[in-house]
Each structure stands twice: as C-alpha cells, then as structure tokens.
Design a protein around this ligand. Structure first.
Ligand code: SAT
Ligand code: MN
Length: 591
C-alpha cells in the first residue's frame, strides 16, 4: 500500500484578521476536505512533490541528467492563456476600456460564486501568501492565492517569494491582493479569469495553466498592479530587465517590452558574441517590471518575480545557453515531450528523439508536434548562470533605456529611437506583433499590442497612455525610448537579422545613444543608426540586408500611422490630447 506523504505542520502564523476571515469565507463556500497554510519551506515542497508524483501528476525525470526535475501534463484543452475568458470587472465599463472584456462586478461575483460553490470538495485548500518583489522593498506588493492545485503551489513557490516571510509582510502592510483559484473540472465552458481591480481581487476558475492559474504573474503583477500603479504614480509593465556591463566597466540597466513568446527570456539571458569581447549581460527579470519615479528624477525598476515561466521549444545551446544550462535541475516542465532516456524533449533540446508526446501518447509525427508549442519550464531565477544580484535590491535599479519591440516581418526597422518620452509613448502604443502560441487562437496574425500590454493592462488604454505621459513629465532624467524588430524577413521569408547574441550589437548602439557617444541620423520615424554606427565586426550579413533592415518606407509608415489613428478612435474621450498631438506630428514628419 502506498504511504500517504505527510505535509509538515506549519508553525502557527500570525494571520491578519482580514485574511483569516477571507479564508473562512472561502472555506465555507468551496467545502474543501482540509486547509493547508503554505510556509514555502523545502520540506513542504518535497511533500507536495511526492504527493503529486504518487498520483502520477508529476513525473520524475532522469535523476542523473535532470535531478530534482519533473514533468507535468496539463489537460489538452488547457495549454495557454485564454483572453476571451479573461475579464476586468470595474463598476464603470469605460474604466476597463475597449481593450478588455468587461463584466459588471455584481454579475461576475454571482457567476463565480456559483462556480466555486463546493468546488474544492475532497480537495485541499492551499493558502499561498506571496510577495511580488524583494521582501524588504518599498516597491514590493503582496498577495494571497487560495488554490486547490498543488502544482500551482509548487509553481508559485518558484515564481514568487512565497510563504512565511510574505505572511509576515502582509501582517505588517495590512493589505494584500486576494486571488481565488480552482481548477474546477477543467471544462472550458466553465472557465473564467476575473479581475476586480477596485477590490484588489482575482477569481480564476477552470484552468490549471500558467497565466490563468499562477495568479501572482499576469493577473496580479500586471492587471491588478497596473491599476494600483496608476493610483500610486508608477508603472507595472510587461518588460524584461537586464544589467549590461560594458568593457569599460560601466553598468547600464535596460527594460524591454515584447509580446509573449517574442524572445524576452532570450534577450534577458543574452550571451555576447565573440566579436564583442568584454560585454556582459546579467538578468534581473524576464517578463515583468515595476517602474517607479525615484527621488533623483530617474526611473527605478524592480522585477516582482523570482523565477521564470519560459517557453521550452527553441531553448537550445545556440538560442540561449544560459537557459539551457539553468533548466537541467530542479525544474518543473509542463507539456514537453520525453525521449527514451526519460529526459524532457522539445525542438532544440538535444538528446535522443522524442518517444512520448506532450499528451503522454507514443510520439507519432501525424499527431502534431511532440512538445506543445507553448510548453514551458518553471525555474528559480537563482539557477540562472547570468543572475544579477541587483534583482534583490530593495530600491531597484535606475533605467537608462526602454525598448519596445514586436515580431514583424515587414515595416519596422531593426532599431529606431523615439525623439523624446512623449514620442516614445506613441511608439509604444503602436507596438504590433504577429501572434504566437502563448495565447489560445490563431498563430501568425498581426495584432496591435500597445506596450506589449494588450492582454495585461488592467484598465482603459486611453487612461493608461495618459498615465504614461504623466509619469514621463515627472522624470527629470527619463530613460530614452527605442523600438527594435529582430524578425524582419526578406522577400523569400528569410530572417534578415541573425538575432540571439548578435542583438547585443543593437543594444550597444542604444547604450551609445544613452551615454552620448554614438551617432544617429534623423529620419521621419525617429533617430536611426547609419550602417556604420552599428558594430558589425565579424558579423555575417550582406550590406544589402543591413540597408534593408535600416530603411524607412515613408508610404508604408503613413499607412501604419493612419491605421494606428483608427485604432485610437475607439478610446474616444479617454485618449489623451498629448498622444493625438504626437500622432499628428509623426504624420506631418512623413508627409
Ligand atoms: O501563461 S503566461 O501568461 O504565464 C505566459 C505568457 O503568456 O507570457
Ligand atoms: Mn509574458
């Protein structure tokens, strides 16, 4: 008979009365068999892992080559975020804006209450206190997720500062974001991810996957936090954060926003090419940045997360050696394939060929890809060989440059620089990208994704851009704003730019602009390097390709800005006048 693993009893926590009352309320509604307060300890994680392994919900991987690592398989209909089932529930529909699905809070509460009623019968209710950001940072914010999924607990333990320390901080702060989650019966008809920014609350039902279920991530650290940030005068953004050390011994901090699955994790962990000796890129964060105007007039950033939920397919020694090495131990894989040596497999993983696909079936090419295109790894940031110690700095790091980017086969050049902060807000609002597997739906369709926040802004984009303009106005030394596109293709559909480590050449130009040493030519869309301004030492690229990458097609850009103007119309009165003026001026420059 299998022995039932015992979860060690938690030391009695100092539970704030408001939290205790909420847990009791949820317990009465959901009727769990037991309640477990998570401490975040190693022993607790080991017990939960053993429990899930015993039930076959976590499969231990090859203990020699992937020690401490497991594979989880989600339900085949539960493999990505579901934007059409994600709602922002504000009293006034206009506050959620046309960029969000909206439901009246009372109706949403009623719907969710019915779904949650009795939903945890026979299950354990886990109380997961967590802190987004360094535990002692004034910029950090806490939350509590109640979930009936031990997989969620294990992931939250990696992705956030979870457990007793967070609970202590919650007791000190007196406030926290309430996230209620149940996997329910995983029926997509009964799946909803609801946000109540006015109540600092989240309710998620019917999914066990990523951004739908790990409520600290997109739900809290972006949708709810963007709302809090607007009230409190800061920004919660879908941005990676890196420290760049130059050969001259200077360190710069850069934040960059790209839509999901556009290479943020790769850029955050970039390994410099041999042709650029002396450079180092260190990772502060790979997905989310909270940006605060500092007392010295600069913009300071923290990464609210403590782990990565990265896309596995394509992670290879060539694309991202740091990530490849980082996920060889103590990693949770979700929806990857397996090879004959019981090692995780995806395109780029190396090792033997796949024998079991992501659904656990014998691998057959006719069944589609062996690993799901949105299969993921969850891993502690501390396992990253390029981990930046600044990720733990309570005051954050001062940002020199903000980079926007998208996946675009045409139009957007390799890099250009906005004229100033307000023009940069226009550039960010115009971000567009071809869709990827990170969200359910068709892949490869061009979609406007302002600031890469389309699925994540917790309020009306018109108000959001107004807030961006006002934050810039408060900064004496605002970061410079840039736009990049690694994904330009030639007429035959071949990528024009090699990407990966070579992207450092573009970052080098950006930092040259920031510190004032490097040239640029003024173009109708902003400042751009001349071919000679980009360090192309040892780079295998034809002059023709470089020219195409750095060209501006004024006619196409006029069409682009006209289409952006049409997109703006849906925001009506909420669109700030300052942004309209920026658009008019940008069009005039292209005339
Ligand atoms: O599923 S997540 O939202 O966590 C991942 C992503 O889309 O970036
Ligand atoms: Mn993301």
């Amino acid at each position: 008979m299998a022995t039932q693993p015992v979860i060690p009893a938690a030391a009695a926590p100092q539970v704030p009365a408001s939290l205790d009352a909420w847990v009791n309320e949820v317990r009465a509604l959901t009727a769990p068999a037991r309640v477990h307060w998570c401490t975040g300890s190693d022993a607790e994680a080991a017990a939960l892992t053993a429990e899930l392994a015993g039930k076959g919900e976590l499969l231990p991987l090859n203990a020699q080559t992937f020690p401490g690592s497991h594979l989880a398989r989600s339900a085949p209909n539960d493999v990505a975020r579901v934007e059409h089932l994600t709602f922002v529930c504000t009293q006034n529909e206009q506050d959620a804006g046309p960029n969000n699905h909206w439901m009246a809070p009372a109706a949403a509460h009623q719907k969710m209450t019915e779904l949650f009623r009795g939903a945890m019968r026979g299950r354990t209710l886990y109380v997961v206190p967590y802190c987004m950001g360094p535990i002692d940072s004034p910029y950090a914010r806490c939350g509590v997720e109640i979930t009936d999924s031990a997989y969620v607990v294990l992931n939250m333990r990696i992705m956030t500062r979870m457990g007793s320390q967070a609970l202590e901080r919650i007791a000190r702060d007196g406030t926290f974001v309430r996230g209620l989650h149940s996997t329910g019966d995983l029926n997509p008809e009964r799946r909803f991810i609801m946000h109540f920014p006015e109540e600092l609350a989240i309710m998620s039902f019917g999914s066990g996957y990523g951004g739908n279920a790990l409520l600290g991530k997109k739900c809290h650290a972006l949708r709810i936090a963007s709302w809090q940030a607007r009230k409190e005068g800061w920004l919660a953004e879908h941005m990676l954060l890196v420290a760049l050390d130059s050969p001259e011994g200077k360190t710069f901090y850069v934040a960059a926003a790209f839509p999901s699955a556009c290479g943020k994790t790769n850029l955050a962990m970039l390994i410099p090419p041999a042709a650029l000796p002396g450079w180092r890129v260190r990772t502060i964060g790979d997905d989310i940045a909270w940006l605060h105007p500092g007392p010295d007039g600069r913009l300071y950033a923290i990464n609210p997360e403590s782990g990565y939920f990265g896309v596995a397919p394509g992670t290879s020694p060539k694309s991202n050696k740091n990530a490849y090495d980082m996920i060889r131990h103590d990693t949770i894989f979700t929806n990857v394939a397996l090879n004959a040596s019981n090692e995780p497999w995806w395109d780029g993983a190396g090792g033997g060929p796949p024998v079991t696909d992501w659904q656990g079936r014998p691998y057959l090419a006719a069944n589609g890809p062996a690993a799901h295109p949105n299969s993921r790894f969850t891993v502690s940031a501390r396992q990253n060989p390029s981990y930046a110690h600044e990720a733990d700095a309570p005051a954050g790091v001062p940002i020199s440059a903000i980079i926007f980017g998208g996946r675009r086969r045409s139009l957007a050049p390799l890099v250009y620089e906005a004229r100033d902060w307000s023009h940069g807000v226009l550039v960010g609002s115009g971000v567009a990208s071809e869709t990827t597997a990170a969200a359910a739906g068709q892949v490869g369709v061009l979609r406007r994704d302002p600031m890469a926040m389309k699925p994540f802004a917790g309020y009306n984009f018109g108000d959001y851009w107004r807030h961006w303009l006002s934050v810039g106005a408060r900064l004496k030394h605002p970061p410079r704003i840039f736009h990049v596109n690694w994904f330009r293709q030639d007429a035959d559909g071949k990528f024009l730019w090699p990407g990966f480590g070579e992207n450092l050449r573009v970052l080098k130009w950006i930092l040259g602009r920031v510190s004032g040493g490097l040239g640029a030519r003024e173009t109708p869309i902003g400042f751009m390097p001349a071919a000679a301004d980009l360090d192309s030492t040892g780079l295998a690229i034809t002059p023709g390709a470089l020219e195409e990458l750095l060209s501006v097609d004024a006619t196409a850009w006029r069409g682009e800005l006209a289409s952006l103007g049409r997109d703006f119309e849906q925001y009506g009165e909420r669109l700030p006048a300052g942004l309209k003026t920026e658009l008019e001026q940008a069009l005039a420059r292209l005339a």
